[in-house]
Every structure is written in structure tokens, then in C-alpha cells.
Design a protein around this ligand. Structure first.
Ligand SMILES: [Zn+2]
Ligand SMILES: [Zn+2]
Length: 157
């Protein structure tokens, strides 16, 4: 098996590993991984679809046994996105845990309009090509949004 950008896979890390990775990434900015932050990250990681800040605040409130408002969750989600721990799915205004927090990719998300499930792939060559086209026009790309809406293999049968 060739270990290049197109074939390398990112299995989902377990909760303990996720927390350790999050702690390491946040530490660089002087931010601690609190129980609330860890709980938000675990909730995202265990979900089978992207979650809105409201979805996360509901789930986290139940898990922690106290009311956590969506505003607090928004701040944490922004922090996670800034540190590559979570990705925002723009067409859903929702978030997923980043399965490769140690790796920078312009992720390509496949979003099922029927069941809401999300699939994810990385094609660095394609992403570089898109960024290159922007650069050719003198445009400095900060962030790309690569999302495809449609029907997943379970829903299109
Ligand atoms: Zn990716
Ligand atoms: Zn589907």
C-alpha cells in the first residue's frame, strides 16, 4: 500500500486520545482543556452527523447534569475550529469533530440531504489546484469550503 496523501486514512481516535490531542493543540495557545470543552469534543466525536451549537448544548447539558447555554458552546466550537479540532459544515451551520487534528487538509464533505449523514474525504491535489486558481487571480486564500450536497449510498438506492 502506498502511503501518500490520497490513500492515507484517518481512523477516528478514541475519547482519551482525542482529549490528549486537544489538550496538546490548545496548550500552545495557553488554553486549558476543561471538562466542558472535553465534553463538547466527545459529543461531536460520538455523533453520527454534524451537530448545531444547540444540539451540542442539549447533549452536553444532559451529560454534565447542568444547563450549558448555546452561547458558551459557540465560543468553544469557534475555539475548536481555530485549533483544527472541529470543522464547520457551512451548508448545515453545524460542526463535526476533525478526525485528523494533527493534519491540515481542505476537507471535502459529502452531505446527504435525506438522512443528514456526512462523509469526508481529502484530496490535497484538488484543494491545491483550487487554491492555485485563486492565487492566479492575485487572491490570497485563507480558507476553502468544499461541500457536496446530495444523496449518500444508503439513501440513493
Ligand atoms: Zn479531511
Ligand atoms: Zn443518506
Amino acid at each position: 500500500m502506498i502511503d501518500d496523501a490520497e490513500t492515507h486514512v484517518h481512523p477516528h481516535p478514541g475519547a482519551a486520545r482525542l482529549r490528549a490531542t486537544a489538550a496538546a493543540l490548545l496548550e500552545g495557545s495557553g488554553v486549558a482543556i476543561t471538562d466542558l470543552r472535553a465534553c463538547v469534543l466527545e459529543t461531536l466525536a460520538e455523533a453520527d452527523r454534524p451537530l448545531s451549537a444547540y444540539d451540542v448544548s442539549e447533549a452536553v447539558s444532559v451529560r454534565l447534569g447542568r444547563r450549558v447555554v448555546a452561547n458558551s458552546v459557540y465560543r468553544i466550537l469557534d475555539l475548536f475550529v481555530a485549533h483544527n479540532l472541529a470543522k464547520r459544515i457551512e451548508c448545515r451551520s453545524a460542526y463535526v469533530a476533525n478526525v485528523h487534528p494533527d493534519c491540515a487538509h481542505d476537507c471535502i464533505f459529502l452531505v446527504c440531504k435525506a438522512c443528514g449523514a456526512i462523509d469526508h474525504l481529502d484530496d490535497d491535489l484538488l484543494a491545491q489546484t483550487i487554491r492555485g486558481h485563486a492565487a492566479d487571480r492575485g487572491f490570497v486564500a485563507a480558507r476553502t469550503v468544499l461541500e457536496i450536497e446530495g444523496l449518500c449510498h444508503r439513501c440513493n438506492g
